[in-house]
Design a protein around this ligand. Sequence first.
Ligand SMILES: [Zn+2]
Length: 113
Amino acid sequence: MHEYSIVEALISRVAEEAEARGAAGVSRLYVKIGALSGVEPDLLASAYELFSERTICAGAELRIERVEERWACSGCGRAVERGAALVCPECARPARLVQGDEIVLERIEMEVP
Ligand SMILES: [Zn+2]
C-alpha cells in the first residue's frame, strides 16, 4: 500500500531531525496532504498508528491537513476553476496545478531536553 511507504519515509525523516536536534521524543507531527496526491488521509493515519510503534514517533500525534487542488493559467497566472476544460478563460492557455499534489511534513514538535 502506497500509504505505508509514505509513513516509513515520514518516520525516518522525523528520526533524522530528532537525532540532529538531540530530541528525547516527538509529540506531534503536522503533515499536509494534497487532494491530488493520491494519499488517503484515513489510510495514512492508520498506517501511521501501525508503523510508529517502537519508533521515535510512538505516541506522537499525527495531524493531517488536507490541501484542496488549485489551478492557475500557465500564461497570465489567472486562477482557473476546475471544470470540463482546464484552460484559461482569458488567454486559452493550459492551466497548471498550483497546489494539491503535495505531501509535506510541515512541522515537528519535539521534546528537547
Ligand atoms: Zn491566462
